[in-house]
Design a protein around this ligand. Structure first.
Ligand SMILES: CC(=O)SCCNC(=O)CCNC(=O)[C@H](O)C(C)(C)COP(=O)(O)OP(=O)(O)OC[C@H]1O[C@@H](n2cnc3c(N)ncnc32)[C@H](O)[C@@H]1OP(=O)(O)O
Ligand SMILES: CC(C)C(=O)C(=O)O
Ligand SMILES: [Mg+2]
Length: 501
């Protein structure tokens, strides 16, 4: 198996994303993490582009050990001179120079003939070789070039000393099979290709950057270029974490060995997202927040029985501590029982069907049911088997202090409805409940707090009421609707009183 070299260009092509400009300190922090991840090459910037980038590449070259530090240039002597200057203190410097090779780029952008392009490419590689032994040549827009011309220019730059030849799909145009065929063609038609490493550099304009990169690796490329989280110019570059984990998952398919510490992937992704301010979509492969979450009952049941049913990667492999079962209205009894057991509720303590029914009522009102919600639910379920329960509440306020509440309660095997005015919605609801139950109490204390997170957090209401000689009775209710939580607490207290009476 040949080694697969990982070339990270988060700090160069990644920084070409609209809206991202990284300062030296930020670039250095990302570079340190890239070394922890174990990438082979860090493309630190384009030194000729600005004094700030020159300083960043210089600092990274001086401070970062354990990876090749690379800078990008055009096939222009002054860019190469600037790059050499920036890389002077690097332990392992590489100059990455090149020029566009497709008809449209040569004719319209460069305004050079193909012969002039070959001449400029060879001159650039020779010039870079005066400074460093490791020179990578990029054939910009290679995927839209004439393959025979591409083969010719690569042969010439390898002859001139290029150690790596980069075949970019600059505009994310090709399909995996076309890109694989192109790499295969080059391995057969560039006479001296064995003297250089073939590199891939794909963009994601059609969403195929990872697939194209992998097709090229299978066809013989030994270096892959990309960025963390796939950030980059336009629709971005190949997401390196995707390539790494695809190869990790099926190494024999590609015939290459991976040298990175995959456990650092999640931390690297978080750092890059935090520093660049580019969020990672929750459904993003490998590093998205939901990548190892299981939401639906059938999946949750499968994963609880055997992780491999719905997990192709152990989340710990990429540095995520464990998969997570998210409880929602799509969860089933297995997932609920499992989480309740984790929280210390053994199945003998409760009736699964009752709790599941109550859980679904709650889950239908919330996106995610958190552990705190479950504790509240479990504390409440026994009491909810009250002799009185709420069927409906509607409250109308007119903006002034008064409110009208209409409440329906299930009590004594019938549904009873009544309405009342009050000083605000809570008072109106309490009065309506009193009218229906015929139980009059004195409210001593009322407290409302949140028991979980988010805007749809459960309201936890506690009421303390005094009833005749029976002293203080405490009632508790939980619901995402604070009025309902309050009413439930009141009904809970009145149920207890009814049971005593
Ligand atoms: C596909 C890629 O990602 S390529 C890398 C993209 N990165 C960047 O562009 C880095 C940021 N760029 C910059 O700071 C500036 O554009 C610089 C410093 C590189 C050049 O700035 P300027 O000298 O003002 O030129 P400008 O950017 O306007 O135009 C580019 C010139 O370089 C030429 N050029 C473009 N690519 C190459 C190349 N690889 N080799 C030689 N010449 C090139 C263009 O034809 C144009 O030449 P012209 O002025 O004779 O028409
Ligand atoms: C400069 C080269 C390597 C590039 O970024 C591209 O062609 O996309
Ligand atoms: Mg690019």
């Amino acid at each position: 198996m040949r080694k697969l070299y990982i070339f990270d260009t988060t700090l160069r092509d990644g920084e070409q994303s609209l809206g991202i400009t990284l300062n030296t300190h930020e670039k250095l922090e990302i570079a340190r993490q890239l070394v922890r991840l174990g990438v082979d090459v860090i493309e630190a910037g384009f030194p000729a582009s600005s004094p700030g980038d020159m300083n960043s590449v210089k600092t990274i070259a001086r401070e970062i050990k354990g990876a090749v530090i690379c800078g990008l240039t055009r096939a222009v002597a002054k860019d190469i001179d600037a790059c050499a200057e920036a890389l002077r203190d690097a332990e392992q410097p590489r100059i990455h120079t090149g020029i566009a090779v497709s008809p449209v780029h040569m004719e319209k952008k460069l305004r050079l003939s193909p012969e002039q392009v070959v001449e400029a490419a060879v001159a650039a590689v020779k010039h870079a070789k005066k400074y460093v032994s490791d020179v990578e040549f990029y054939a910009e827009d290679a995927s839209r070039s004439e393959p025979a011309f591409l083969a010719k220019i690569l042969e010439k730059v390898i002859e001139a000393g290029a150690t790596v030849v980069n075949i970019p799909d600059t505009v994310g145009y090709v399909t995996p099979w076309q890109y694989g065929e192109l790499i295969s063609f080059l391995t057969k038609n560039v006479k001296n290709i064995d003297s250089a490493i073939i590199s891939t550099h794909c963009h994601n304009d059609l969403g195929m950057a990872t697939a194209n990169t992998l097709a090229a690796v299978k066809a013989g490329a030994s270096q892959v270029e990309g960025t963390i989280n796939g950030i980059g110019e336009r629709a971005g570059n190949t997401a390196l974490e995707e390539v790494m984990m695809a190869v990790y998952s099926q190494p024999s398919l590609y015939g290459v060995e991976l040298g990175v510490k995959t456990k650092e992937i999640a931390a690297t992704s978080r750092l890059v997202s935090g520093i660049t301010g580019v969020p990672v979509p929750s459904h993003k492969a490998i590093v998205g927040a939901n990548a190892f979450m299981h939401a639906s009952g059938i999946h949750q049941d499968g994963v609880l029985k055997e992780k491999r049913t719905y997990e192709i990667i152990d989340p710990e492999t990429v540095g995520i501590l464990r998969n997570k079962i998210v409880l929602s209205a799509r969860s089933g009894r297995h997932a609920l029982k499992h989480r309740l057991e984790e929280l210390g509720y053994s199945p003998e303590q409760y009736d699964v069907e009752t709790v599941y029914k109550e859980f679904l009522q709650l889950a239908d009102q919330k996106k995610e049911v958190f552990d705190e919600d479950l504790h509240a639910l479990m504390g409440y379920t026994e009491k909810e088997r009250n002799s009185i329960s709420i069927k409906n509440i509607s409250v109308a306020t007119n903006g002034a202090a008064t409110a009208t509440a209409t409440v329906s309660l299930a009590m004594n095997d019938q549904i009873l409805t009544d309405a009342a005015y009050g000083n605000g919605p809570v008072d109106a609801v309490f009065k309506a409940i009193e009218r229906i139950t015929g139980i009059t109490v004195k409210l001593e204390d009322y407290n409302l707090s949140s028991v979980s997170r988010g805007s749809e957090a459960l309201g936890n209401a506690i009421v303390k009421v005094r009833y005749g000689e029976s002293g203080l009775v405490i009632g508790r209710g939980v619901s995402p609707d604070v009025i309902e939580a309050t009413a439930k607490a009141y009904v809970n207290a009145l149920s207890k009183i009814k049971a005593i009476d």
